[in-house]
Design a protein around this ligand. Structure first.
Ligand code: TXA
Ligand code: MG
Length: 340
């Protein structure tokens, strides 16, 4: 298959391809998505083939206007409108009761559908041109880190999708926050199924008593409701190991354990990383937001550079972007920690 490479001026063409049942990779402020007409089960089935994605992992439906919510959602739980008013367009996916027009292919047989309005201008133009809700997972091959720039999107999907829109480097670099309404014996309110750039503090600040902390909602319950979270995710080819502070890194370097590896860290750990017997490549960032933005593209570049492994610093404090970064790093590393 030949893949058309489009600039943000090519969104009309991309929209036309969606209406013909084709696949289009498009940029969002979080990561690039692999889109198909959400109301065309045949087109959506092709997403799973192109990604090699397990069938039990539901897709997020993308819209450009609030009027499209009614096309896919049957009802709005308490607080849903507050969340849309506060965070759309933006990196927040709301899990809503689904309409029957949305096929089981999209929702993996759940009776809910994840809906989000992205804020990247090229995404909004594209969705408007498509004129139909667009189902899209992240545009990576299943299990790999999500593409956060055009080169990564091409590398993952050229020859597998009919078009790719170049939207440059993604602003957030981590996937959207996924929130669901919960009403069980454990409690009632909106709960975070996947942390992202819209943080728990953000949700609590607008929802107040309609917010339910993850600690209050039971874990098995969350897993059952977001089935895809079981599969491996975000893993580069290089082995990833985690450390939490400069001291751990210093001890590992003193023992010469990770020569030839790369380090991704916050500025404060930079000096500990750059030692003679230490790692080959060090990338340090002024804060967690900056590290999160570059995490997946660094994974991609370091894989291309052929490093055997990556030592990544994991934030220990709760809240803010740290929750999302910790979640992705724990999966990327399969929980492996630095040793010395
Ligand atoms: O930022 C993002 O969300 C990107 C861009 C392209 O929008 N998309 C993305 O899609 O990350 P994907 O497929 O990689 O992740 C979708 C997540 C999964 O964790 C899935 O389980 C959850 O959303 N999800 C989707 N529909 C759901 C539903 N009905 N109930 C519970 N979880 C759902
Ligand atoms: Mg994904």
């Amino acid at each position: 298959m030949t893949t058309e490479l489009l600039t943000p001026d090519g969104t009309e063409r991309a929209g036309e391809l969606i209406r013909q049942g084709k696949l289009v990779v498009f940029p969002t402020e979080t990561v690039y998505g692999l889109g198909a007409d959400a109301l065309d089960p045949g087109a959506c089935r092709r997403i799973f083939e192109a990604k090699g994605r397990p069938q039990d992992n539901p897709l997020i439906v993308h819209i450009y206007d609030r009027s499209q919510v009614d096309l896919v959602a049957r009802a709005l739980p308490p607080g849903a409108e507050i969340l849309m008013d506060s965070f759309w367009p933006g990196p927040l996916t709301l899990v809503l009761p689904k309409k029957s027009a949305v096929s089981d292919v999209v929702t993996a047989g759940l009776d809910t559908v994840g809906v989000r309005m992205p804020r990247h201008p090229a995404a909004l133009d594209f969705l408007k041109a498509a004129g139909t809700p667009v189902a899209a997972p992240s545009a990576n091959r299943s299990g790999k880190p999500s593409p956060t720039n055009f080169a990564m999107a091409r590398s993952a999907m050229e020859g597998r999708a009919e078009a790719i829109i170049d939207g440059g480097q993604c602003e957030t670099g981590l996937e959207s926050t996924v929130a669901a309404w919960t009403d069980t014996a454990a409690g009632r309110g909106w709960t975070i199924l996947r942390p992202g750039a819209v943080t728990r503090e953000d949700l609590y600040s607008v929802l107040d008593d309609l917010y339910l902390s993850q600690e209050s909602a039971r874990d098995e319950d969350l897993l059952a409701r977001s089935p895809g979270t079981r599969h491996p995710h975000y893993q580069p080819r290089a082995e990833v190991r985690l450390f939490s502070d400069a001291e751990e890194l210093e001890r590992a370097n003193a023992a010469g354990c990770y020569q030839g590896w790369a380090v991704l860290c916050a500025e404060e750990a930079k000096n500990a990383a750059e030692t003679e017997r230490g790692p080959l490549l060090v990338r340090s960032y002024p804060g967690w937001i900056a590290l999160a933005r570059r995490l997946y593209s660094d994974f991609y570049e370091l894989d291309s550079a052929g490093v055997p492994g990556i030592l990544a610093q994991i934030p220990t404090e709760e809240g803010g972007i740290s929750d999302a970064l910790r979640n992705r790093l724990l999966k990327a590393s399969a929980g492996r920690l630095i040793e010395f």
